[in-house]
Design a binder for this molecule. Sequence first.
Ligand code: GLV
Ligand code: MN
Ligand code: MN
Length: 416
Amino acid sequence: MIVPPPNLRIDGARLWQSLMAMAAIGATPKGGVCRLALSDEDRAARDRFVGWCRDAGLAVRVDRLGNIFARRAGRDAALPPVVIGSHLDTQPTGGKFDGAYGVLAAFEVVRTLDDAGIATAAPIEVVVWTNEEGSRFAPACVGSGVYAGAFDADDSLSRADRDGKTLGAELARIGYAGPAPMGGAVGAYVEAHIEQGPILEAEGKTIGIVTGAQGIRWYDVTLEGQAAHAGTTPMDRRRDAIQGAAMLIAAVDAIALEQAPSAVATVGALSVAPNSRNTIAGSVTLTVDLRHPDAPVLAAMDRAFRARAAAIAKARRLDARIVDVWDFPPPEFDRGCVAAVRAAAARAGFSHRDIVSGAGHDACYMARIAPTAMVFVPCADGISHNEIEAATPADLAAGCDVLLGAVLALAGEVRG
Ligand code: GLV
Ligand code: MN
Ligand code: MN
């Protein structure tokens, strides 16, 4: 393996500047970002990224799912590219770094190689994946999922948001339904990301060497009862969907606590009809998110959830409908690729530890088709999916340096 120059470093101030310029698109009053997938803000962020890439001389292509690839040629065009990047969409009250960091760290790696006049054997592609968050269009990680063959392209393009607008129509509206063929061989995939949890900060470690991620199951649950007058309907005659929802929400919490300490479970969105103070709720729809690093435990949580939903529906005389939205088995990353990240962290002199990701990432789908790894950096108090999400310029630069070292090892440096 060719060892990159130990003193080669990315430009941390330039990385921070590009992060702040991107964070201005969809900036919220509380210092966060709202850049929902395929919104006008997402288009503006994509346009800015593409503009920067073209200015840097990269060849940009966009596929049918709106995934953007910006390519820096290698010496050997026959080699599959080393792909690095992440996503630019955010949660409704998201932060500045979730996703954008991985994209802009990847771009900073390319700029650093250009400045240093370093050629690589394999091409390098900076990628922006479509709809990683899954907040506006479920499920999450759709662009990478289709790329890796986990999802059907037509089915993904037909997914609708709450207003009935489809992913495909919104992609076309913002001008990112591209002509490039979907998929293609990838030599290696590496994604930099903030940890989005508290472990690195608590242990005083700069770099997380991500060995895999926990599994995720998403569901939409509808509880149907009967809307009725709040003043005149005796308690024993009610079919109150909100009371059923309250019991189910408590049950979801209990399912995670029964599998402590590694399980987590969340009801994150609720919609009530007719949503009126003095009418018993006739119908409630809620989202459920179950996670565990071990597939058998996640399967047991899935069974417990279905059984309890059925029991609650029976007890409250409700109809319960469960739609499976996302089944994301826990991936393990490639040992060689993970070792390249670990070696890069060690060579650059950063403290590090192995870590399993609590969040889903595009890397998890890319791991199905290419040697894959991730680089984590700490974030303040472990908070993410929140406008206060924060990370230090020094940690962000360190993660980008590790990404650079890993890319040089994986793409093969060519001197002269
Ligand atoms: C994806 O961002 C997830 O972990 O929910
Ligand atoms: Mn993310
Ligand atoms: Mn996220």
